[in-house]
Ligand binder design. Structure first.
Ligand code: F6P
Length: 357
């Protein structure tokens, strides 16, 4: 039997996407009679019918490349069933293009939003397999997503470099790490980089407690403090608000991001000079780490094996050190926040790292 496999990458990019694409392709070419269709710019390409039949050679030399050779876009799941100004019924268009491409299955590489749409398409009768990527590591049912470890390495490098300049100037440095809803990246890089304070969306902070850390360190002649702050971290007052009210309050604030706000408050409360650093999208760029190259390859190969077995409606997962899979319907839309009682949080607390709570 010959197969036509469609592949797309959707949502924010991350290191390891090309390695995963390559993993699917190489294993598929090796074990199946296959033609691979590259769908451009995520679900946008599936909606618009923007795709190309890939040559085997296009999957060579991409293992170490950051970004995605297919391009990506964010097409929010909440809008998938909404007919907008262009008058396109997106779900209908995706199903029609799947048929026009004569696909046997669609492999969708992406994060939470991508998996929600993948599940919807699966329910609509398409053969879909997901591959979990994101630097946020917040996809339910897999121990790790690919892209996460590389981002931890990049964020840790930033914290390391900030350490030396913080110590030279006796400053408090506030480093804002990506992660709006989940604090995994901040937690891991904060521990790896030796941060004194880690602020996460999942553990609301009291700024008084953070100020006390700076003062206590000064008392011990440790005249600098490093804060790793998730972009979505929130104070206790903010956590008590409804999301709409919180967003409105933030929009009105003089400070457009959390690091600036926290730094200004701490400088005023302690008199210690504070500076902010926002590595931003640097955390998503460049070559994947060796760990992520291996994980992406394992995920990609597993997807090809699922196709060979005719098993769909699934997403690949890492459980312990084994690659397996979950049903899309079981994981789509399920959050994976940091559990404040997670062993790694307790480990950090044992190292006298403050969460500001
Ligand atoms: O989902 C990955 C992520 O990098 C988040 O950590 C961050 O909040 C968001 O994407 C940024 O999105 P964008 O690239 O659209 O600005």
């Amino acid at each position: 039997m010959s197969y036509r496999i469609g592949i797309l990458t959707s949502g924010g990019d991350c290191p390891g996407l090309n390695a995963a694409i390559r993993g699917v392709a190489r294993a598929a070419y090796q074990t199946l009679d296959v033609e691979i269709i590259g769908i451009r710019a995520g679900y946008r390409g599936l909606i618009d019918g923007d795709y190309q039949v890939m040559q085997q050679s296009q999957f060579s030399g991409i293992l170490t490349m950051g970004g995605t050779i297919l391009g990506t876009s964010r097409t929010p799941f909440r809008n998938m069933r909404v007919v907008e100004e262009d008058n396109v019924d997106k779900v209908h268009a995706m199903k029609m293009n799947y048929r026009a491409m004569r696909l046997d299955c669609l492999v969708a590489l992406g994060g939470n939003g991508t998996h929600k749409t993948a599940n919807m398409l699966s329910k609509e009768g398409l053969n879909v397999i997901g591959l979990p990527k994101t630097i946020d590591n917040d996809i339910y049912g897999t121990d790790f997503t690919f892209g996460f470890h590389t981002a931890v390495g990049i964020a840790t490098d930033v914290i390391d470099r900030i350490h030396t300049t913080a110590a030279s100037h006796n400053r408090c440095m506030v480093i804002e790490i990506m992660g709006n809803k989940a604090g995994w990246l901040t937690l891991y890089s904060g521990i790896a980089g030796g941060a004194d304070v880690i602020l996460l969306p999942e553990i609301p902070y009291d700024i008084e407690n953070v100020a006390k850390v700076i003062e206590e360190r000064a008392r011990l002649d440790k005249n600098f403090t490093i804060l790793a702050v998730a972009e979505g971290a929130m104070s206790r007052e903010e956590a008590a608000m409804k999301r709409k009210d919180r967003e409105a309050a933030r929009a009105q604030s003089e400070y457009k991001n959390i690091s600036q706000r926290v730094a200004a408050q701490l400088e005023q409360m302690t008199g210690v000079e504070c500076r902010t650093v926002i590595p931003g999208h640097m955390q998503r760029g460049g070559s994947p780490s060796a760990y992520d190259r291996v994980l992406s390859t394992r995920f990609g190969v597993h997807a090809a094996h699922l196709i060979k077995e005719g098993r769909y409606g699934l997403t690949v997962a890492l459980k312990g050190n084994e690659i397996s899979e979950n049903k899309l319907e079981d994981i789509a839309g399920v959050p994976k926040p940091v559990d404040p009682d997670d062993q790694i949080v307790r480990t950090a607390r044992s190292m006298n790292i403050s969460f500001g709570d």
